[in-house]
Design a protein around this ligand. Sequence first.
Ligand SMILES: [Zn+2]
Length: 303
Amino acid sequence: MRYAKTDTNPHSEVEYPKQRGTCPCCDSIVIGHNGEFKIKHWQHYKRADCDSWFEPITEWHLSWQNNFPIEYQEVYMENNGKKHRADIKLPNGIVIEIQNSPISPIEIEERENFYGVKNLIWVINGETLCKNSKLNNQFVKKEFSISINIPYSIDENPGYQVDEFMEKILSIPIMKELIHKSCNYEINNGDNISLAFEDYIDINDVKLKMDMLMGHAYIEMYGKQTLPFFKSKNLINTCMVEYDHFIKVNLEKKHWRKFLDMMKYPLFIDNLQGLDSDYIYYYQKAKIISKKIFLKKYKNYCK
Ligand SMILES: [Zn+2]
């Protein structure tokens, strides 16, 4: 374990070799190891670790734990008379288990029942646990987007209805085709259509066509008379946005460890072959997530 009670500190790392401390869980004596080649850790003196889920500490563990304030690292939890230390436990009760070595399906179930009271997420080391698997993906930095604003109301045309007109726009074949081609499509507040494309499209051509077709649609529904008022509103915006994005994400499993599929709680894989170290892979959702964003989310709970 990483932290023990000492005379001066209730949550102390080993400061020098053979330092004496007390286990915060079982109160027995623990001895500090601080060798040149070993990561510093406390070991129960002349007895086994009181946490049956004990695992050797690795550098990888430390770096994950260190993302969070010290008081949330190695937190003891008690449940039905049993005690275990969670690698990371946030103030809202979420436990983050940092897993470097294989565990049995039975232990997975036990740990999920024990730690998962509030919520649990697994972060596993792909370097040790998915060594032969590879994550294929293609990174897309740029995206094209089109935003179409439909007037919410037109003073000069009391008969105009935004819902009705939106429906009309969405039924235009070129619009349907655009939606089909887009990688992301949203209708916001009932008066805005946002479309994003990861493949190249001639965005100016689309803009011209949409402009024209929206004019036609308007005339068809409300006549020509108030068209200039409709057109006077700036309707279509196009832009190219910088956006981290992955396509063709596919995990090529080789010698896949079955126990990973027994995990019911969200499983994030770090150090996966084919994936840059700034990202982790959300296994159940087959999504690549920036570590920065991931950590930001969970660090926010520490405030
Ligand atoms: Zn103990």
